[in-house]
Design a protein around this ligand. Structure first.
Ligand code: ADP
Ligand code: MG
Length: 146
């Protein structure tokens, strides 16, 4: 396990959106290819900011915004990035209906906000991150050990 993973499991404090993006970019550099990222956390915790950092890591220039209304976005860089907001999905069956699996082109990363909505559909080897806001308004990013 890398030093970064160990630190992430202990929990890393981020003091700005830029810091979160830089951290996500570092994670993007060590993340195995063809991996699902489950980004847990309340509104405003920094999930979309995190995905923006991943996009930077993989040379994606497009603006990364919250896909709440169009459910998902697909970006092509050194790695294909699929960004899904599962908030409006009622179940894993709704995910199947989107047929996202048909669009995956290796090496891909499938980043999911509100993964609780489609938990049964996520693979065992998904990386689960928990994002939250501390009392002092700094943000916390924690990786669930595999
Ligand atoms: N340390 C931090 N990490 C991430 N976002 C932060 C941080 N500090 C402040 N913010 C702000 O919090 C908001 C997080 O929004 P966003 O990433 O869209 O969250 P989510 O997708 O979880 O709803 C942004 O406005 C961002 O600028
Ligand atoms: Mg979001």
């Amino acid at each position: 396990m890398s030093e970064l993973e160990k630190k992430l499991i202990a929990g890393i404090c981020s003091r700005s959106a830029v810091e979160t993006e830089v951290l996500a970019a570092k994670i993007g550099a060590i993340l195995p290819v063809d991996t699902v990222l489950a980004l847990h956390g309340d509104l405003g915790a920094g999930k979309t900011t995190f995905v923006r950092g991943l996009a930077r890591a993989w040379g994606i220039q497009e603006a990364v915004t919250s896909p709440t209304f169009n459910l998902y976005a697909i970006y092509k860089g050194n790695r294909q990035l699929i960004h899904l907001d599962a908030y409006r999905l009622g179940s894993s069956a709704d995910l199947d209906a989107l047929m996202i699996e048909d669009f995956l082109q290796p090496p891909w990363c499938f980043a999911v906000e509100w993964p609780e909505h489609i938990l049964e559909a996520l693979p065992e080897d998904a990386w689960h991150f928990y994002l939250s806001i501390n009392e002092d308004q700094s943000h916390q990013i924690r990786l669930m050990p595999a």
